[in-house]
Ligand binder design. Structure first.
Ligand code: PXP
Length: 246
């Protein structure tokens, strides 16, 4: 039987968003990471954006030593970020596309168009002993290209699914993408726009072993606290896996 427990990595970017609103020191992402870990998160994700709108360099430096579970460092595929990762050696780097004007990560990486650049970044990161994941749309050619450039894993972009829940094609694309990626030998992760209400069908995809979830957990924490918000998500994920297996 497959493991019922796919990993939950909590993205704490928006803890920093709240801090940046006043430019002070609270709330602290380091403290948030520790609370998430105590509540059962399997890992912590942060995205150091080129415009530094939420997470700052000093946060990444501090988190690199404070996180006791698994540190997933999300970044654009640019020299500055790759060099920082090679120096700090997080457990994993997730490469994502980044546009300055976007509110959040809008699409997946263009692995086909950026083969050479992405492949070189993957090589540098893997040489430093870092596990590398590429954030991609569930497009079969892109998934095959992710394997060809040497990635260890893909994170399937669940934004289309989350925004069009009534359209079964969006879930079917994730199910197919997960199967294709696993057949290529990649580890399969997923994330973006997931909530306790829509996470079930994604958590139930057998190949998916890790979910990255941020905004909905941090939003929910305003009402129930961060520990409980993490636990609610964990329960929603586990319930889905369980239903899938019986
Ligand atoms: N995965 C990736 C690659 C992302 O860029 C993001 C958003 O930063 C997430 C997951 C988390 O998305 P959300 O905040 O909508 O849960």
């Amino acid at each position: 039987m497959r493991s019922r427990h796919s990993r939950l990595y909590v993205n704490i970017d928006h803890v920093a968003t709240l801090r940046q609103a006043r430019g002070g020191t609270e709330p602290s992402p380091v403290e948030a990471a520790a609370v998430c870990e105590a509540a059962g998160a399997d890992g912590i994700t942060v995205h150091l954006r080129e415009d530094r709108r939420h997470i700052q360099d000093s946060d990444v430096e501090a988190l690199a030593t404070s996180i006791t579970t698994f540190f997933n460092f999300e970044m654009a595929c640019v020299d500055e970020m790759i060099a920082m990762a090679v120096r700090l050696k997080p457990s994993q780097v997730s490469l994502v596309p980044e546009k300055r004007e976007e509110v959040t990560t809008e699409g997946g990486l263009d692995v086909l168009g950026g083969r050479v650049r992405i492949g070189a970044a993957v090589d540098r990161l893997k040489a430093a002993g870092i596990h590398v994941s590429l954030f991609v749309a569930p497009d079969p050619r892109t998934i095959v290209a992710a394997r060809q450039v040497g990635a260890d894993a893909i994170e399937l972009h669940t934004g289309e699914y989350a925004n069009h829940l009534a359209d079964p094609a969006t879930l079917a694309a994730l199910v197919d993408g997960a199967r294709i990626g696993a057949a290529e030998g990649l580890s399969i992760y997923a994330g973006h726009g997931l909530t306790v209400r829509n996470v079930g069908p994604v958590a139930a995809i057998p190949e998916v072993t890790e979910l990255n979830i941020g905004h909905s957990i941090v939003s929910r924490s305003v009402f129930v606290g961060l520990q409980e918000a993490v636990r609610e998500m964990r329960r929603a994920m586990d319930a889905a896996r369980y239903q899938h297996e019986i």
